[in-house]
Design a protein around this ligand. Structure first.
Ligand SMILES: Cc1cc2nc3c(=O)[nH]c(=O)nc-3n(C[C@H](O)[C@H](O)[C@H](O)COP(=O)(O)O)c2cc1C
Length: 142
């Protein structure tokens, strides 16, 4: 069974919920999800995975969370060339600029970014939950 790594940072739990729903979708799609907070993941681990998902809410002023997620993303810059990468995260009042910038950045590292990054306003509602599950199922099929 294919293992898919889902790494997230979440301050108030919204992106964590997205990560867990994506994990649920990966399972129902027939693959094995490994859902981990970024604080538990070493950059070298991602070498073992063909498909990864990274989650982070919009923080600061439309940027990634700066103490853990930002350095993690920087640390995998040389490791994602040709890898399938899904991006996701929750946001509050912005227009999603952090996600557009993040997609561009991962593409500049050579990653094959799946769709355009899944963004959900605040806590995922029932529709948001479904979107996350659907993304997980898509990842399982790759
Ligand atoms: C310090 C801080 C900065 C934030 N900056 C933004 C921002 O620039 N744009 C935005 O849309 N939301 C911003 N938010 C809102 C969060 O993205 C939103 O609350 C999100 O649901 C948090 O996800 P989490 O529960 O996974 O931490 C910010 C929240 C905090 C606490």
């Amino acid at each position: 069974m294919k293992n898919i790594l889902v790494v997230y940072w979440s301050g108030t739990g919204n992106t964590e919920k997205m990560a867990n729903f994506i994990g649920q979708g990966i399972s129902s799609g027939g693959a094995n999800p490994i859902v981990e907070s970024v604080s538990n993941v070493d950059a070298n681990e991602i070498d073992k995975f063909e498909v990864i998902a990274l989650g982070c809410p919009s923080m600061g002023n439309e940027v990634l969370e700066e103490s853990e997620m930002e350095p993690f993303v920087e640390s995998i810059a040389q490791k994602v060339n040709g890898k399938k990468v899904a991006l996701f995260g929750s946001y509050g009042w912005g227009d999603g600029q952090w996600m557009r910038d993040w997609v561009d950045r991962m593409e500049s590292y050579g990653a094959d970014v799946i769709e355009n990054g899944l963004t959900i306003n605040n806590e995922p509602d029932k529709d948001g939950e479904e979107e996350c599950i659907t993304l997980g199922k898509e990842l399982a099929k790759i």
